[in-house]
Design a protein around this ligand. Structure first.
Ligand code: RB5
Length: 146
């Protein structure tokens, strides 16, 4: 099992992606781009991250665009991805606990750096309740997602 964390963004999320990586040097990042300020298309980076999780290079990932919405929609087109846009610690924690989300989506133009860092921390440290005693209902629901 890998502990690497995949990360990707479009141009709207590039600055936040760079800062998150700088602020968490303890994390083994797989940075899938974008690497320049040039305008680009968020579905391309959602697909790159989905491929990275599919081939087992990482189990989880972070996607960032301006709102977090476009890149989450794109990521969720991939059957093995459960991507959630989170704006606070509670949504980041509960989407791991209830939905077994494997991708955290962040809107760089919507939340500040400290909230983004808190979301990341909550996302990484929370386990899926479906693997714990009494959590069968969560597993049943996630299984129904297909
Ligand atoms: C790019 O300008 C912007 O549309 C994108 O980052 C994202 O917010 C889309 O959902």
């Amino acid at each position: 099992m890998t502990n690497k964390l995949a990360i990707a963004s479009d141009h709207g999320g590039l600055a936040l992606k760079t800062v998150l990586k700088d602020m968490r040097p303890d994390i083994e990042w797989i940075d899938l781009g974008t690497h320049t300020e040039e305008s680009c298309d968020y579905p391309d980076f959602a697909s790159a991250l989905a491929d990275c999780l599919k081939n087992g290079e990482a189990k989880t990932g972070i996607l960032i665009c301006g709102t977090g919405i476009g890149i989450s929609i794109a990521a969720n087109r991939h059957k093995h991805i459960r991507a959630a846009v989170c704006h606070d610690v509670t949504t980041a924690r509960l989407t791991r606990m209830d939905n077994d989300a494997n991708v955290l989506c962040i809107g760089a133009r919507v939340i500040g750096l400290n909230v983004a860092l808190d979301c990341l921390e909550a996302f990484l440290k929370t386990d899926f309740a479906g693997h714990q005693d009494g959590g069968e209902r969560h597993k049943k629901r996630v299984d129904k997602l297909g």
